[in-house]
Structure formats: structure tokens, C-alpha cells
Design a protein around this ligand. Structure first.
Ligand SMILES: [Zn+2]
Length: 398
């Protein structure tokens, strides 16, 4: 047990130093010791180990103008270690090879004919593309990201917006990469983690709500992601805002994602009346709606108001349960433009427990759709990667 504890502490310390260098490129050993509260000797030996394993390098003396010997500055070594991130969409497999410093990534999208093709295509990408460019030991892990709920107990994936192989897909992924460290993660959790790390969110309690084909939420409580990255604790998109509404594939009626998801827009607009700006569009997206509302289309503005109102009904209940101080709207929700944010804030002023709602701010995500890949890489590295163990064959859900 003692050895296990020592390794655990060592891994935590190595990770802390690595992330400090990430946040302060060019930092000195002395400053690292000060910031980490570790002894100078301990920092020196851990830094030597990170240099020997090529995670970081010593770039020589820094530009400090202090009198005396200038301290050496430490930098992350880019394009040395990578994580492969797969994102599964309906009949599409997106793959990215992401450098763990976040400095570079290589992205491709592949078409798929059937759900049975996901695992073989993932394998093909790793062996025929990734391992042709880098050595096996440079690939720290493989993340398979799904827009779905992953049940860590039953090892099952429940997807309402994606067709996956019916039998034991989780096991199939594990068997596909027996030599690598693999994690299956939820997409909204990856976006949320990227937002937290890369936009430096200071609120300890916040919610990230992802508008895509479905609607998902990830919550951070006291700086920790609630229920890991498997979306099995919160299914915000399946919060019912109308018990007499349409039947959802989850078994419930009037679920938020059914009521205000992108697929609901065409019907909503038809119900209110013809929009001259949108009459020639076959399927209507949030972006279409956002655009026409900017140019003053009355119907679009009304629909955005209605969506914001229904969204605020679910949101004020979420606020009553966990009281996040910040709500971030990501994914395609951003395409609804500034009006949607204003309307949500206005609706929240009239719905819910005022005392709690008043201290909540709402903003859009500051990152683009590529954040999913960097978020998955960073989550895997921060939460699962272990400097002191051979990770081959390890498997994580969330
Ligand atoms: Zn539902």
C-alpha cells in the first residue's frame, strides 16, 4: 500500500508541475517550488524526470534582469505526446490527434455506412494514420466521445440522437484497443471541461449547456465535474417542461430537447405564422432563426422569445437544485444570437426563486466547436493519465 500511495503522490506532483509550466511558460524551478509548496530538492528531481521523459525541456536562461545567475526557464515540449480523440456522430466519425500541450492537432471526418463501422474505423485510424506518424509510446490515450449518456455500472451507452451498435458497444471499444489507455466520454462534458480550462472560469459552481441535436448539461460543483464525464447524473435535455407534450424516446413527455431542440423549429414557426424570412428554408436551424431575428423578422423574434421562456422554466429549476452562479450556453445555441441571451435573462427575472436566480449570470461559450477535442484531451490527461504507471489496457468510463 505504501508504494501505491507514494506513486499516487508522485503522479499528483508531476501533474501539478506540468500544469504550472503549461500556465506559466518559462517558469523557473525556484518559482515552481514556491507555487507548489514542494521542497526545492523535490521539484528539482521531478523536473529532471519530466525532462528525461521529454514532457518538458529546459530552454536555458530566461530574460530575467536580476543581478546574479539567471534562473533556467522550463517549457512544455510540444508535438511529443498526443491523445487521439474520436467524436461519434450519426453516420460520421470525426477523429483528431491532439498534442497534449494543445499546440497542434490534426483533424479528419470519415463517413460511415452503418453503426457497426465505428469501432473498426477507429482502429483503422489509429493503426493506419496515427501510428504512421508517431511512435506507440507517444500516444498517451484514446478518447471516444459520444453525444449520449454512458452508464458506468451497466457499461452501456444510451443515445437518443445517435444509432450505435446494439450489443455491447462499450466492450467492443475496449476490445478494439487492448494495448492503449481508453476513455469513453460524453460530448457536453468535454466542451464544459475545455471551457473551464481554456477560458479560466473562476466560478466554482457553473453549468455548461450544450445545444446540439439534443440538449445536454454538465455541472461543476465546488470545482469538480458532477458525476465525471459520463452524463449519467444529469440529463437536463430530458427535463420535462410539459407533462402533456409529445412523447420522447426516453419515455417521458414534453422533454426540453424535444420542445426547444433544433428539430422543433420548423413546426414552431408554422404554428405562429409564416415568416417571410424563413419561408423558403426546408429545415430551419438556430442559425437561420438568429440571423433573421437580427434583421428584424417578427416571427423569428417571437420564436426566440418562446424558446427562451421554455428554456428558463427548466433553468430556474436547475438553479433551485444546485445554484450554479454561471450558466454557459454552448454548441449551436450560440447561433441564436444576442437576443436569445437577453430573453433568457428577462424570463429568469420572472420565473423561479428570485433570490437564487438574481445571482446567476448567463453567457455564451467563448470557444468554437473544436473545443470538444482539446477538452477531451485535457480531461483525459488531467483526470486519467498517470505518470507513474504503465497505462496500456486501462479503460475508463467518464
Ligand atoms: Zn426525453
Amino acid at each position: 500500500m505504501k508504494l501505491v500511495n507514494q506513486q499516487l503522490i508522485k503522479n499528483t506532483n508531476l501533474k501539478q508541475l506540468y500544469n504550472s509550466i503549461y500556465q506559466n511558460p518559462g517558469i523557473s524551478r525556484a518559482q515552481l517550488a514556491k507555487d507548489s509548496h514542494l521542497s526545492k530538492t523535490a521539484v528539482s528531481s521531478l523536473v529532471d524526470e519530466l525532462i528525461a521523459t521529454r514532457f518538458i525541456y529546459d530552454s536555458g536562461t530566461s530574460g530575467s534582469t536580476n543581478v546574479g545567475r539567471k534562473p533556467n526557464s522550463l517549457m512544455l515540449k510540444a508535438e511529443q505526446y498526443y491523445v487521439t480523440v474520436f467524436f461519434l456522430e450519426e453516420q460520421k466519425l470525426n477523429a483528431a490527434l491532439v498534442d497534449i500541450t494543445g499546440a497542434s492537432s490534426f483533424y479528419v471526418q470519415m463517413e460511415l455506412l452503418s453503426p457497426d463501422g465505428y469501432a473498426p474505423k477507429c482502429r483503422e485510424y489509429v493503426y493506419d494514420t496515427v501510428l504512421q506518424q508517431i511512435q506507440k509510446n507517444q500516444l498517451l490515450g484514446i478518447c471516444v466521445v459520444v453525444p449520449a449518456m454512458i452508464d458506468p455500472d451497466k457499461q452501456e451507452i444510451f443515445a437518443t440522437t445517435l444509432n450505435l451498435p446494439e450489443k455491447d458497444f462499450v466492450g467492443e471499444i475496449q476490445r478494439t484497443f487492448p494495448d492503449f489507455s481508453v476513455a469513453i466520454l460524453n460530448d457536453t462534458a468535454c466542451f464544459a471541461y475545455a471551457e473551464k480550462v481554456y477560458t479560466q472560469i473562476t466560478e466554482k459552481d457553473f453549468a455548461f449547456i450544450n445545444f446540439g441535436k439534443g440538449i445536454g448539461a454538465t455541472l461543476f460543483i465546488h470545482n469538480e465535474m458532477l458525476g465525471h464525464a459520463c452524463a449519467s447524473y444529469t440529463q437536463f435535455g430530458h427535463y420535462s417542461i410539459n407533462p402533456k407534450g409529445k412523447l420522447c424516446s426516453c419515455g417521458n413527455r414534453g422533454c426540453l430537447e424535444l420542445m426547444i431542440g433544433e428539430d422543433s423549429l420548423k413546426e414552431r414557426i408554422a404554428r405562429i405564422g409564416n415568416s417571410p424570412a424563413l419561408k423558403n428554408t426546408d429545415s430551419i436551424t438556430y442559425a437561420d432563426l438568429g440571423q433573421s431575428s437580427v434583421y428584424g423578422d417578427v416571427i423569428s423574434r417571437k420564436v426566440i422569445h418562446d424558446i427562451a421562456y421554455e428554456f428558463s422554466l427548466a433553468l430556474c429549476n436547475l438553479i433551485c437544485i444546485v445554484h450554479p452562479k454561471l450558466i454557459i450556453i454552448g454548441g449551436k445555441g450560440r447561433d441564436l444570437g444576442p437576443l436569445f441571451l437577453r430573453e433568457i435573462q428577462k424570463c429568469l427575472d420572472t420565473t423561479g426563486f428570485r433570490r437564487m436566480v438574481d445571482s446567476v449570470s448567463v453567457r455564451y461559450s467563448q470557444l468554437d466547436s473544436g473545443a470538444l477535442y482539446n477538452g477531451a484531451m485535457k480531461y483525459f490527461f488531467d483526470i486519467h493519465y498517470n505518470f507513474t504507471q504503465d497505462m496500456g489496457g486501462s479503460f475508463f468510463i467518464g
